[in-house]
Write a protein that binds this ligand. Sequence first.
Ligand SMILES: C[S@@+](CC[C@H](N)C(=O)[O-])C[C@H]1O[C@@H](n2cnc3c(N)ncnc32)[C@H](O)[C@@H]1O
Length: 169
Amino acid sequence: MRMRVCIENGNAILLKRGKSMSRRSRRERGGQVNMVKESLTGCLLLKKLRIKEEVYLQRKNLEQNEFLLPYEGELLEKEPDVDDTYIFEFTFKGKPFWVDASKEDGSFGRLLNDDHIHPNCRPKVMEIDEKPVICFFSLRPLSSNTELVYDYGPGNIYPWRGKVVTHYH
Ligand SMILES: C[S@@+](CC[C@H](N)C(=O)[O-])C[C@H]1O[C@@H](n2cnc3c(N)ncnc32)[C@H](O)[C@@H]1O
């Protein structure tokens, strides 16, 4: 599974580093205990539910095209030779780059799931200090408690896509 985008964007935005550190808490929900991690900004929530971990917007409604969070990790100019589950591949100024987020670092960007049919945010390549940074922006107004999902990119490499669900009546 590899996330691919090919967008060029020269706009710089200000990122507050260190904001995505998380604190853990345990919550009781309907008899089930879910691990819940909350970002320090208090606007993102991580839940262990259906797809291992999912990222939700919390206590905040967003307008369209608002900055959500960065995809944090190690920026590489050579394709890493690791399992690609947490590798983000993109082009910047015509050159290929990879962000390797395979280390669990408490950041949330690496945990957004794929929805190529109804994505509600999208990654953009931004330039900060002459380096590319992947940032997620809302695609439409989002209300709190919405799971944040984006389109990982084209290709038949995503086994969860195209699953046919049959309903028997
Ligand atoms: C970048 S991780 C996303 C976070 C992941 N849920 C986790 O807890 O580590 C990508 C992996 O999440 C899972 N995933 C992402 N979107 C999915 C979807 N729509 N359906 C099923 N699994 C998905 C796949 O296992 C994929 O390799």
